[in-house]
Design a protein around this ligand. Structure first.
Ligand code: SF4
Length: 401
């Protein structure tokens, strides 16, 4: 009816001109606001009197609603689609598209993936940017190294059923998904056979049966991939099923999402976590942040909201050559996290997964760095420096050589 009236009015070009200009610059929320304003400024009787009194305002509002809002939404979704080609990433960062050392990974080689939020945190025109180094595929990944393998941390040998890993006393990991907001080139699960570990309905039930039968298990860690990449509905279903197991006391979520995809932390999720914090299944969220530059205002807002919802917040990082192997960076990271309600938990030494050897920090440099960090940070800001060693029943603490 609105559309017909606009057509009949014969005044389409002028509102369309205004709307066209708006589409180039405006955000969908602004347009939606303008539309509602257009209708709101009309006295109620105008709407029922077939648009006779204020046709111009109605035309603007109608054109914005029918034509411009979908255009802007389409444009925004194109802008927010993850980047999957190195050339596109480099182009977006004003770097040469043929930057030496980069390559296009095949599907089997852990493809590139960078979302819009992480892209925004990378400084343009800097090939050594610490965030870019975490996501840009380099031909170094193809260098064979006998000390690096597909299952560096012994996940497969510790999996009693698909999607379930039981390595340590009292706690198990559930691999909810293989999906991640970004692909970190150093990831220890980059070669993991997710196809064989999809947590289907049947496999989830097997995992729940296993946890139920093992009374010594008190904590379940939701992992992946990134467990916050699943829908709220799926996440809440899994949490509800775990909540029925009486010997579970802690639900831990390992996620990079609050830092690299903060818009995912929506009110529904926050409410659910808030409610969970008042049940016997206490929520703990271990975020993953490697460099203070990752912590933009959107990430910090998400972290504050999570904190306010009653979730215990910890951080884990990986020590990475060319990313965070500096005293200043690691100190700043610990202080920034603490200022925002997150305790530094782990600083992982690099897991020896095939394709990540170029991230290894020289052992002498690593030892000196850990020593300096210990001498300059108060104990509560010093993350535990650990290594995940296949077959070891705990994370092996790092001892100075
Ligand atoms: S988000 Fe986590 S699981 Fe996903 S690629 Fe990065 S480190 Fe690996």
């Amino acid at each position: 009816m609105v559309y017909d009236n606009v057509i009949r009015s014969g005044n389409i070009p002028f509102p369309l001109e205004i709307a066209g200009s708006l589409s180039a610059v405006a955000h969908p929320n602004h347009i939606a606001y303008l539309c509602s304003w257009g209708f709101a400024t009309l006295p109620p009787t105008c709407i029922s009197k077939s648009f006779g009194v204020r046709p111009f305002i109605l035309e603007i509002a109608a054109v914005l609603t029918i034509f411009v809002l979908p255009m802007i939404k389409r444009k925004n979704s194109q802008q927010t689609a993850p980047i999957t080609a190195p050339a596109s990433l480099l182009h977006a960062l004003q770097l040469p598209e043929n930057l030496s050392g980069t390559f296009q990974p095949t599907a089997a080689e852990f493809p590139l993936r960078v979302n819009a939020a992480f892209l925004q945190r990378i400084h343009p025109a800097n090939p050594d940017d610490p965030l870019l180094r975490q996501v840009l595929p380099l031909t170094d990944e193809r260098q064979p190294d006998p000390n690096y393998c597909d299952d560096a941390v012994g996940d497969l040998a510790a999996s009693p059923s698909p999607g379930l890993i039981h390595k340590y006393h009292g706690r198990v990991l559930l691999l909810l998904t293989n999906s991640c907001p970004i692909h970190c080139r150093f990831c220890f699960r980059r070669n993991f056979p997710y196809r064989d570990h999809q947590l289907s309905h049947r496999h989830l039930q097997q995992a729940l049966d296993y946890i139920t039968a093992h009374h010594e298990i008190s904590e379940v860690v939701l992992s992946g991939g990134d467990p916050l990449m699943v829908s709220n509905q799926r996440l809440f279903e899994v949490i509800a099923a775990l909540g029925k197991i009486p010997h579970l006391t802690t639900l831990r979520i390992h996620s990079r999402v609050p830092v690299v995809m903060p818009q995912r932390i929506d009110p529904e999720l926050l409410n659910h976590l808030r409610e969970l914090a008042h049940t016997p299944l206490q929520p703990v969220l271990v975020i993953h942040c490697n460099h203070p530059q990752e912590l933009g205002s959107a990430a910090l807002t998400a972290i504050h909201q999570l904190k306010e919802s009653g979730v215990v917040l910890l951080n884990q990082s990986v020590l990475l050559r060319g990313v965070n192997d500096s005293l200043t960076t690691l100190k700043t990271l610990s202080h920034t996290l603490f200022r925002n309600g997150v305790l530094p938990y782990y600083l992982h030494r690099l897991d020896h997964a095939r394709g990540v050897s170029h991230f290894a920090v020289n052992p002498e440099k690593e030892a000196a760095l850990v020593k300096s960090l210990q001498s300059q940070l108060p104990g509560y800001l010093m993350p535990k420096v650990v290594q995940d060693v296949a077959g070891t029943p705990y994370k092996a603490p790092y001892y100075q050589p």
